[in-house]
Design a protein around this ligand. Structure first.
Ligand SMILES: Nc1ncnc2c1ncn2[C@@H]1O[C@H](COP(=O)(O)OP(=O)(O)OP(=O)(O)O)[C@@H](O)[C@H]1O
Length: 275
């Protein structure tokens, strides 16, 4: 079980007067998908870096799976957490896809005779076995993110943090990588934390955390958060198309359910009404 417990967390960058995060209390349930949303500069990436121990809290505490995140526990924490960033190009170090996946394993000093099997398994998990000997530079954006993911999965983390990991992908590649992550999460009991501005990605979460003005201003399920149009506009996420359509239907006097419906649910509801 890998949950994360954050208590009274404060973080101020050394050259800044004001905290980026101020008195944050949060729980991330094990095996869950949590989306962190908020406008640019609201502290989402900073929070992720604090969870991974890349930054140290100014005050307060973070526990990952019962282990306090601090300098002496960094090795243990990094074994549990894998990061996927926005631009996969920045994550590549190997001349081939296989070399690249090997990099993290080499850092962990995995024995040479176990390496091949682990690389093959990770590439199979992300559907990239056929590209083992390809140079990463020759892959599409979606394929690059799959390889970056394989490099992380080879290390068998329990938590994957996606820091705007799908933001550079086209809609199809984005959908593919999100479906892959959903499948992997269920198959391997992973916890996912996704920092995102993308509504499709937000909808996948079990829980959404909204950051604003260095605080957690709201937490809830996608249906609770995505029907709050004012909040979504304030943090620059935009209002889901289904919500805009729902509003239009209500204005036309159509008696539509008073809860959040995603596009698929709205389509099905309309179909039923028209039968
Ligand atoms: N290394 C740093 N030193 C000083 N200030 C920083 C540093 N990194 C980030 N900041 C500041 O901290 C605030 C939060 O940044 P952070 O990257 O966590 O926000 P974010 O919500 O992830 O933003 P975005 O959506 O644009 O990625 C911003 O005001 C940013 O300028």
């Amino acid at each position: 079980m890998t949950g994360i417990k954050i208590r009274k967390l404060v973080f101020t960058y050394p050259d800044s007067k004001y905290p980026v995060l101020n008195n944050i209390n949060l729980d991330f349930e094990p095996f869950s998908w949590t989306a962190i949303i908020g406008h640019n500069g609201s502290g989402k990436s900073t929070l992720a870096r604090l969870i991974d121990g890349l930054l140290s809290p100014t005050a307060g505490s973070i526990e990952v799976d019962g282990i306090q995140v601090n300098e002496s526990s960094l090795g243990q924490i990094h074994q549990q957490i894998g990061f996927v960033f926005q631009n996969p190009e920045n994550q590549f170090v190997g001349a081939t896809v296989a070399d690249d996946v090997a990099f993290g394993l080499e850092n962990r000093q995995v024995a040479q005779n176990e390496m091949g099997e682990k690389i093959d398994k990770a590439l199979k998990m992300v559907g990239m076995s056929d590209y083992k000997n390809t140079a990463p530079i020759n892959l599409s954006g979606g394929q690059k993110q799959r390889v970056a993911l394989a490099g992380i999965l080879a290390l068998m983390p329990k938590i994957i943090i996606l820091d705007e990991a799908t933001s550079m992908l086209d809609p199809l590649a984005r959908q593919e990588i999100l479906s892959l992550l959903q499948r992997l999460k269920n198959e391997y009991n992973l916890s996912i934390i996704s920092i995102t501005h993308d509504l499709k990605e937000i909808e996948l979460a079990d829980k959404i955390i909204v950051l604003n003005d260095s605080q957690v201003v709201k937490q809830g399920t996608p249906s609770e958060i995505l029907k709050d149009k004012e909040l979504l506009l304030e943090i620059g996420v935009g209002v889901p198309a289904s919500q805009q359509l729902q509003k239009l239907l209500v204005e036309r006097g159509i008696n539509i359910p008073n809860r959040y419906l995603n596009l698929e649910e709205l389509k099905n509801w309309l179909k039923q009404q028209l039968q």
